[in-house]
Design a protein. Structure first.
Length: 224
């Protein structure tokens, strides 16, 4: 890239770089202490890009720290279709609703949250894509290194997500409660003020939009 004088990067990072939480909402100044291999890989690259910008002030880098992208394109043609058992909550909910799986396992129902289930910051994948466009515009006009959260800025519990999915799509999602997973935390959500002030970006799509688009994609992909 340097040889071709290309010195602008938008890097797909992750909220997992923060590790164990010391405060909520999570700001970009929160200590980064990733506690799993995925988070460590993202943090290593962030640090490399930060050092690069220090060594050559002509570079422009934005590290976008994703929270929990869900949903699909409004066309119903582009979405998340994992091979094998889904690792993420929304495609698992969709597959249960479509009958591909019998029920959803909810890991833990005794967290210190309003309904006892884990709370996360879910962001519509199209809002996330628009955040990338804003970041591309930013690196075209500025130099230096920035880390920026991309999230909705509010928490949603597992049960709230399931109930919203059932309501907006008029389907049932059978579930059962099982033990907590090791390492899971009760609550995590972003402070999104920097994204607004730096990129002039804010997530606009609702939880209902996320659930409706994910279900439309699941129905379309089931026909293929």
């Amino acid at each position: 890239m340097q040889a071709c004088n290309v010195k602008k990067i938008v890097f797909s990072s992750s909220a997992t770089v923060y590790g164990e939480l010391q405060q909520l909402p999570l700001t970009e100044t929160h200590p980064t202490r990733a506690t799993n291999p995925y988070g460590r890989s993202k943090l290593h690259i962030e640090e490399m890009l930060h050092d690069l910008c220090l060594s050559d002030p002509n570079w422009s880098v934005v590290c976008l720290r994703y929270f929990n992208p869900v949903g699909a394109h409004s066309s119903g043609l582009i979405g998340e279709r994992p091979s094998g058992t889904p690792n993420n909550l929304m495609p698992y909910i969709s597959q249960v609703a479509s009958g591909k799986r019998t029920h959803l396992n909810v890991f833990g129902h005794d967290y210190p949250t309003p309904d006892g289930t884990g709370v996360r910051d879910y962001i519509h994948v199209v809002d996330l894509a628009e955040g990338h466009v804003a970041a591309l515009e930013y690196v075209g006009k500025h130099v230096g290194w920035e880390a920026i959260n991309l999230g909705k800025g509010k928490g949603c519990s597992v049960l709230e997500l399931v109930k919203t999915f059932e309501s907006v799509n008029n389907v049932k999602v059978p579930l059962q409660f099982v033990n907590r997973r090791a390492g899971d935390i009760a609550t995590c959500y972003a402070d999104t003020q920097k994204a607004l002030s730096t990129l002039n970006w804010v997530a606009t799509r609702s939880l209902a939009d996320m659930c409706q688009s994910a279900w439309q994609f699941e129905k379309n992909s089931s026909k293929q």
